[in-house]
Write a protein that binds this ligand. Structure first.
Ligand SMILES: [Zn+2]
Length: 273
């Protein structure tokens, strides 16, 4: 699991390096909750972050985040050790003049395009959701007690695809890959549809149903209709039937009509006698 995750993180960092020009040392902004989590686990934050991204990191703490931590520390609402960890990080001046919350300050630092290529380490779910809507913001957070690097967000991937479309030449391997993936997806879909049809016809119940229908149709055809007609003749015209038979006996092809109805055949035999 460890190796798999390591590979995945390496891929993610490579994605930002190749598509959005991220470079070492990687700049990482931390929020107050993330620092508290580190204090709780007694982790060396910088060391863990370097392992996670596979390179040198510079940790940044915004004065707004520090101010919030300091206030909480004063009112004794912080996990022990948090403020000491926070003090160990570099603090740059905020570029805004108005007073902002830590979240607003971080969003201001990132801007619309994250031009300074910051990673953001935060335990704030809603802040993460907001940052996922901005292209090229790598996110770090604790998930089930493990420090995690979020895979590139959909917005980042779409942005990257658009870039590729503009710059890629027809022979580019990535474009070919994309085409191949699309082609394979279509082939798979067709195959699925074909298999679905086949399975329908192979379905035993469906076969049974088909056979039963066929039998009913065959049974419907000659028997009931022919019986009805002949029954009518028998029931309604029983006396005149004898006359008809007598007339038809003369041209000698009465046998074809009589064989269908045994009762008439009997009458003929009676007549013949
Ligand atoms: Zn600020």
């Amino acid at each position: 699991m460890r190796i798999k995750r390591g590979k995945q993180y390496k891929k993610t960092v490579m994605f930002y390096k190749t598509n959005f020009n991220f470079q070492e040392p990687y700049e990482i902004i931390l929020d107050g909750n993330f620092i508290q989590y580190c204090a709780k686990l007694h982790w060396n934050v910088k060391e863990m972050l370097m392992k996670l991204v596979g390179g040198i990191v510079h940790i940044k703490l915004s004065p707004c985040v520090y101010r919030e931590l300091k206030d909480l520390h004063k009112s004794d609402k912080l996990i022990a050790g948090t403020i000491n960890i926070a003090k160990s990080f570099r603090q740059d001046e905020c570029k805004h003049e108005e007073i902002l919350t830590p979240t607003e300050c971080i969003l201001k630092m990132i801007g619309k395009k994250n031009r300074h290529h910051y990673f953001v380490a935060t335990q704030d779910v809603s802040l993460r959701e907001t940052l996922r809507k901005i292209p090229s913001v790598p996110l770090i957070y604790f998930k089930h007690g493990l420090m995690t690097l979020d895979p590139p967000s959909e917005v980042s991937l779409i942005k990257c695809q658009r870039k590729e479309k503009i710059k890629l030449k027809p022979e580019s391997s990535e474009k070919a890959n994309l085409k191949l993936m699309l082609k394979n997806a279509r082939i798979e879909k067709r195959e699925e549809e074909r298999q679905e049809k086949e399975s329908l016809y192979q379905d035993k119940d469906f076969k049974k149903m088909k056979i039963e229908l066929g039998v009913k149709r065959k049974a419907k055809g000659p028997n009931p209709l022919s019986c009805k007609k002949k029954q009518k003749i028998e029931d309604e015209e029983a006396p005149s039937a004898i006359k008809k038979i007598r007339r038809k006996r003369k041209p000698k092809d009465s046998s074809t009509q009589l064989t269908n109805n045994p009762s008439e055949g009997n009458e003929e035999s009676i007549i013949q006698e």
